[in-house]
Each structure stands twice: as C-alpha cells, then as structure tokens.
Ligand binder design. Structure first.
Ligand code: HEM
Length: 147
C-alpha cells in the first residue's frame, strides 16, 4: 500500500459528518471556485453564505464527506474500492463537463476545506496527494477508458 491510510483515517476522525461540516464544504467550494456552481443546475447563482440554509447542500455536503470517508475506508480493499469509485463516477456521468482534470482539481478544493475545518499537516497533505495520484486518479483514468 503506497498510501498511509492510518494518517488519513485519523485526520478524518476529527471531521464528523453532520449538518454543519457538510454544507461548509460547498461554502468553501463556491467561494474558491464560483464557476463550479454551474454544475449544480438551479443553484448557479447561490451565494456561499446561502449554502448553510439550503436543503440541497445540507444533504449534498454530507454525501461528499461520506463519500470521501468511504473511499479512504475502502482504499485497502481493492475490489470494494474499485466498485465504489466506479459507482461514484457513474453518478456523475450525466453531469456534462466533469472530466479527469476536474476530478483532480476537486482535491485542491478538498485540501482547502480540510485545512480550514480541521487543519492539514504536511504529513497529511503528502498522504492525500499519494491517494489522489496513486489510487483515485488511476481509477478515473480507467473509468474514462471504458471500465
Ligand atoms: C472525488 C471527487 C468527488 C466526490 C467524492 C463527489 C461526491 C459526490 C456524491 C456522493 C454525490 C451524490 C451522488 C448521488 O447520490 O447521486 C455527488 C453529486 C454531484 N457532484 Fe460530486 N463528487 C466529486 C467530484 C465532483 C466534481 C469535480 C464536480 C463538479 C465540479 C461534482 C459535482 C456534482 C454534482 C453537480 C452532483 C449532483 C448534486 C446535485 O445536483 O445536488 N462532483 N458528488
């Protein structure tokens, strides 16, 4: 295993999935990448400060946290990891324009969010980068190639 999952799991243990932390992900995303609101049809003009009281992002924020946690939980179980990532990518398939580069860029938003909410040490960042480059992006590449 190229990624030290214990480090990432210990970090994520400080991030409960709840109605506060979930929407904060989208507050951060829409503050740092306002154009990405265009992928969320119907919420193209939402202001970051409106996100915490928006029922859509109350749920969606928690889905993203759960999904990131599940990937780290499953990362040392290749069969489950592959099946889970494929299902996640299937769920994004109908959203036009989400490509390899955007999946990669998503991690920069994720790092900014983690830094803000629970902090991110150099050691943790290094393991996230290993996860992005060694596990997640290769799965995206495989998916795009017709997996
Ligand atoms: C590792 C990267 C990502 C994770 C873990 C993630 C996670 C999720 C999850 C769990 C859902 C709910 C799917 C469902 O239950 O049907 C979802 C939906 C969605 N995701 Fe992602 N996502 C990722 C990347 C992206 C990117 C890069 C974008 C575009 C900037 C994006 C835009 C969306 C949109 C528009 C939806 C539909 C939600 C709605 O319409 O309310 N996602 N994502």
């Amino acid at each position: 295993m190229v990624v030290n999952l214990d480090i990432l799991r210990a970090q994520l243990a400080k991030l409960p999935i709840n109605e506060f932390n979930g929407p904060k992900f989208y507050v951060h995303m829409f503050s740092s990448q306002p154009d990405w609101r265009n992928y969320f049809k119907g919420s193209e003009a939402i202001k970051p400060e409106e996100v915490p009281t928006c029922p859509r992002f109350l749920r969606q924020g928690q889905r993203v946290l759960l999904s990131m946690e599940l990937m780290i939980e499953l990362a040392d179980k290749p069969q489950l990891f592959d099946a889970y990532v494929r299902d996640l990518l299937d769920k994004h398939k109908q959203i036009k324009g989400i490509d390899y580069d955007l999946y990669s860029a998503f991690f920069d938003v994720w790092y900014g969010y983690l830094s803000k909410i629970i902090g991110m040490s150099d050691k943790e960042k290094k393991e996230w980068e290993a996860f992005r480059v060694e596990l997640f992006l290769p799965a995206v590449k495989k998916y795009i190639a017709g997996w």
